[in-house]
Design a protein around this ligand. Structure first.
Ligand SMILES: [Zn+2]
Length: 416
């Protein structure tokens, strides 16, 4: 193959991906309609119809339930209301992402207005092929503003209700703390931080502008006078050898993920005080099997142990934080309140699991070799395996040897 052919192939494969996305949209829309009809026929109460459908789409596509919701919304809109956008996707002229932008920018419009924007922006395939993400979204937004300015303004008011703060891991033991804010408030926050940094720098502060802004944000949010002295509560799991014998096995911070052994030791050393909880791991499976105090274990301690074992929601491909401790076999049908029968789920997955004809069953309780596993079966009969993550030390511990994990429940003082 020469380079000209390689370029042709790249283009052809891109068009194939778009065409596949269009086919997936059509299949998704048909699946949603069929599942809803089935639920209605089975006498599912009106307010529960639709539950668990997007979660099945998410599992099939190996995506999170949150993304499953988006995919279902986009597919339904494309198939039912936006034939030109769907045709552009099928022809390989629009990517899946751009088709989603079209759906998003017209979400507040009536069916008729949406169809008008669809025809206006995507009716001409040659023209739409030349538009990048921003220009495509702008073209759709402009048409929407012209057709129904009231709906666009109303959507802006609705968007304000979606304001929130979120946290996600970044490389090198850092995190992204992000806030979704109304434009005036967001710009005001940024301007206040910039101004503080500029004033401090003018007065001889040696820190960089970005560093001062970050420190000021932490100080003002936590009410501390120094960013480095913020008391926080973190849960850190590491092996006894990592803590005491300089072993390189990484530790694990709840809500973040693995951290280097030395960073874990530094956190412990810097802590003002720490609560220590011993967790016992099974000699052959390496899985967490018990905490040292049964009295504290039940129920808050057991829930904490399950959250430590599972780290994030146990639904495959869902990385959301654990919000609920779920009985895998429902308590109502005799499922015990135990480590083996418990799993950490996020809010959305806990709800999806309540929908009709979803079944969960423990396939491995974690006391024999191998991790705790749960089989999740959806209404169509597809089964997905949820496997508990390995606690620190599992891969390096010699088989057959009992091992001890340490969990520190702070409050930490991350003082210099
Ligand atoms: Zn989940």
């Amino acid at each position: 193959m020469d380079d000209a052919e390689r370029v042709e192939q790249l283009r052809a494969l891109e068009e194939l991906k778009s065409a596949a996305a269009a086919a997936q949209a059509q299949i998704t829309a048909a699946f949603v309609a069929s599942q809803r009809a089935e639920q209605e026929a089975a006498g599912v109460p009106r307010r529960d119809v639709g539950k668990g459908i997007a979660a099945q789409v998410a599992l099939a596509r190996r995506e999170s339930p949150h993304r499953g919701n988006t995919l279902v919304g986009v597919a339904t809109a494309l198939v039912a209301e936006m034939p030109h956008t769907l045709a552009a996707l099928a022809a390989g002229v629009l990517s899946e992402h751009r088709a989603q932008l079209m759906v998003k920018e017209t979400a507040c419009l009536t069916r008729e207005d949406r169809a008008r924007v669809d025809a206006e922006v995507c009716g001409d395939l040659d023209r739409v092929a030349t538009l990048g993400n921003r220009r495509l979204a702008a073209a759709a937004a402009k048409a929407a503003c012209r057709l129904d300015p009231h709906a666009v303004a109303e959507r802006a008011a609705y968007a304000v209700r979606e304001r929130r703060v979120s946290l996600r891991p970044a490389p090198d033991t850092m995190v992204w703390l992000t806030a979704l804010l109304p434009v005036a408030e967001g710009v005001a926050c940024y301007a206040a931080l910039t101004k503080t940094a500029d004033t401090a720098r003018a007065a001889g502060d040696q820190r960089g502008r970005g560093q001062i802004m970050a420190d000021t944000l932490v100080e003002r949010v936590t009410g501390q006078t120094q960013a480095s002295a913020v008391p926080v509560s973190i849960s850190l799991v590491m092996t006894d050898k990592t803590l005491l014998a300089g072993d390189p096995e990484p530790g694990h911070v709840a809500g973040y993920g693995p951290i280097p052994a030395q960073t874990a030791r530094d956190l412990v050393r810097a802590a003002d005080r720490a609560w220590l909880r011993r967790l016992y791991t099974h000699p052959t499976s390496g899985q967490l099997v018990a905490a040292d105090s049964v009295a504290r274990c039940f129920p808050a301690g057991l829930a904490a142990l399950i959250a430590t074992r599972d780290q994030t929601c146990r639904t495959p491909w869902c990385d959301a934080p654990v919000r609920h401790t779920d009985h895998i076999q429902p308590a109502a049908t005799g499922g015990p309140t135990s480590l083996a029968n418990g799993q950490g789920l996020c809010e959305a997955c806990n709800q999806a699991k309540q929908a009709a004809r979803w079944r969960s069953r423990v396939t491995h309780d974690g006391t024999r070799a191998g991790p705790h596993t749960v089989a999740l079966t959806t209404p169509t009969g597809h089964t997905y395996t949820s496997r508990a993550p390995d606690p620190p030390g599992t891969t390096t511990a010699p088989p057959g040897k009992p091992r001890l994990d340490l969990v520190f429940d702070a409050p930490w003082i991350l003082a210099a």
